[in-house]
Write a protein that binds this ligand. Structure first.
Ligand code: HEC
Length: 229
């Protein structure tokens, strides 16, 4: 009798462990559960995005340098450092799609110096703007694929605001017309191109794939954007 009781206890224990591991697998897999995962875009009750403050510890997408500064007070180029939250990057790497809740932050820095000890170049200087775009189809159902746009600099008061209203089409129209998927300019971020739907492993360690991703087509924003003639 004692043997039977022990066997029963062991069977129940194993059954419990299997059920738990199945639940864990389910919560690890994909779309249905992704919205329950950590969200980095935090909104107030009026759909204003609170300024993200820890984005420099997220995944670094890349840097673009513009021919003209976004700051009306300077005419020199600025740098635009772009970061994505780590959970959305993992989702992109696994599925090749942006998850609901994806937040991408762009910080703008002035050009600091044009000369260094090793010669001429463009070197990063003072930080003056934080902008972001967030995919949230429930919150922004009329926006293209649910993406809305936010900017935190108050150029008159020379400070960064704590929150931004959704800026909508004043930003979206250009992204919709010229970004590779109508939302994110990932044609300019090799980190993101290489990771698209890559699955397990590290795309940065792969040198064997020509063209990085099958559907990659370089789209020149300069030719397509009527504002950039
Ligand atoms: C005239 C076109 C244009 C307008 C208008 C525009 N953007 Fe962009 N945006 C770009 C381009 C081109 C890039 C990619 C290169 C770069 O970083 O400059 C970009 C990149 C970004 C990125 C980094 C992620 C990505 O999609 O590449 C964010 C975030 C962003 N823009 C936010 C905004 C916000 C907020 C506004 C409105 C205040 C705005 N944009 C208006 C052209 C535009």
């Amino acid at each position: 009798m004692k043997v039977y009781k022990t066997l029963l206890a062991i069977t129940l224990l194993i059954a419990g462990m299997v059920a738990c591991s199945e639940m864990n697998n389910k919560s690890d897999s994909g779309e249905a559960t992704s919205s329950k995962e950590k969200q980095y875009a935090i909104f107030d009750d009026n759909n204003n995005l609170l300024r993200p403050k820890d984005y420099r510890s997220w995944i670094f997408m890349g840097t673009s340098s513009t021919p003209k500064s976004e700051d009306p007070n300077v005419i020199f180029p600025d740098f635009q450092n772009v970061y994505i939250d780590p959970v959305s990057f993992a989702y992109w790497k696994k599925h090749g799609e942006w998850r609901e809740g994806t937040i991408i932050v762009k910080e703008l820095l002035r050009q600091g110096d044009a000369v260094s000890s090793v010669g001429h170049g463009f070197f990063q200087g003072a930080h003056f703007e934080v902008a972001a775009q967030v995919k949230d189809s429930k919150r922004f159902p009329t926006m293209h694929n649910g993406w809305n746009y936010f900017g935190f600099a108050d150029f008159e008061k020379l400070k960064l605001n704590e929150a931004s209203i959704p800026l909508g089409n004043q930003c979206a129209s250009c992204h919709n017309n010229t970004a590779i998927d109508g939302d994110v300019f990932y044609q300019y971020y090799p980190v993101i191109l290489a990771a698209k739907g890559y699955g397990d492993g590290n795309p940065e360690n792969e040198n064997t794939r020509p063209g990085l991703v099958a559907d990659y087509k370089y789209v020149s924003a300069v030719k397509m954007n009527p504002n950039c003639k």
